[in-house]
Design a protein around this ligand. Sequence first.
Ligand code: 5AD
Ligand code: SF4
Length: 434
Amino acid sequence: MDAMTKHETPDSAAKTDGQTAKKVFIKTYGCQMNVYDSQRMADALAADGYAATETIEEADLVLLNTCHIREKAAEKVYSELGRIRQLKKARATEGRETLVGVTGCVAQAEGSEIIRRAPVVDLVVGPQTYHRLPDVLARVRGGARVVETDYAIEDKFEHLPAPSRREVAKRGVTAFLTVQEGCDKFCTFCVVPYTRGSEISRPVSQIVAEAERLAAAGVREVTLLGQNVNAWHGEGPDGSEWGLGRLLFRLAEIPGIARLRYTTSHPRDMDDELINAHRDLETLMPYLHLPVQAGSDRILKAMNRRHSASDYIRLVERIRSARPDIALSGDFIVGFPGETDEDFEETLRLVREVGYASAFSFKYSPRPGTPGAEMGDQVPENVKDERLQRLQALLVEQQQAFTVAMVGRTMPTLLENRGGKGGKGAAPPPGPLL
Ligand code: 5AD
Ligand code: SF4
């Protein structure tokens, strides 16, 4: 399954204040951080007089919040822009103007190239500058086509308006909360350090205030987000440096917060305090998304993951001894440059040894500007296909075994929304962040 597709939902986040309000349609691609960002953009635009709509035909502003992680994800944006061009034309014949924007990681990576390639686009805004959207729109209305992809020096979170209580309530009992963004790890396959920039951690006070607001509006489960969420660190009220474990303990004290999750983690940043949080905090769900990507030390080194397969397995053992019922999830890449049959067998061996409750697996996709794309020995597509099939067969088997092991167990549940008529259906479980 391509995990990139499952969160592609129009956002319904902004307030409606009457018939006259302008309308914005936001389509979200990619990871949970984009889902969160779309909501925050909707909040910023609500303050600027835009109500959210789920019907693209009635939108005065269409935003595509994009993903650049694999080629397929990026290409989808251009085909969608082709469809939007027709829509813009049709609305223009009725005398209605439609502004079109590309935001997110494709915006950051391709910048003005998007404007060149897709004349329908009026604005291109990167992930670090969403708080400037109202200003960008004012410039667009003045006749400019605007590309805003600087890594802003100001803190966007400080400048983004908080969602109203009514808005949060409308979004349901589960919510995302970005605590960390960006990445300094530079895995050789990954575009994130280039699209989201270097690591930043939001301060404790900002995070606690946002979580309190969510809880007060009825949210019961909060998933903390970050490309390297477990590298989060910040100064606590006592002046000492806190890590994610400590932050989780603090958030668990907030009345109303019944469940906490976090994603995505890097194996190198799982410290003792975080592992202890899994042991001691009932509020912290027994679930951990801990990507390993590959099982061969040679490939892990070429990927610049900076740990070996046995480091990962030892880490999993420590986590499991702290929280034996933890459901582990991971991300895997098959066909990284230079991966031999023997390297791939080692990935299968690692999967067998660890045992995953769920997992996401991808064919390596060379991304322009990353070291992996320049490496010799690229693996042919048919070999990648075959390896992906074998890996997924094993992962599906493990997932089924996990599900079967749950039969007959009684556990607390969180009612997310009504099923059946009028219900929205269950939200997807937290997948890979990207
Ligand atoms: N090709 C394939 N998969 C990738 N991922 C990241 N970059 C690439 C790429 N170039 C996968 C990794 C990561 C997940 C979010 O996406 O497995 O953990
Ligand atoms: Fe950073 Fe994760 Fe990408 Fe590695 S895979 S560069 S840790 S975002």
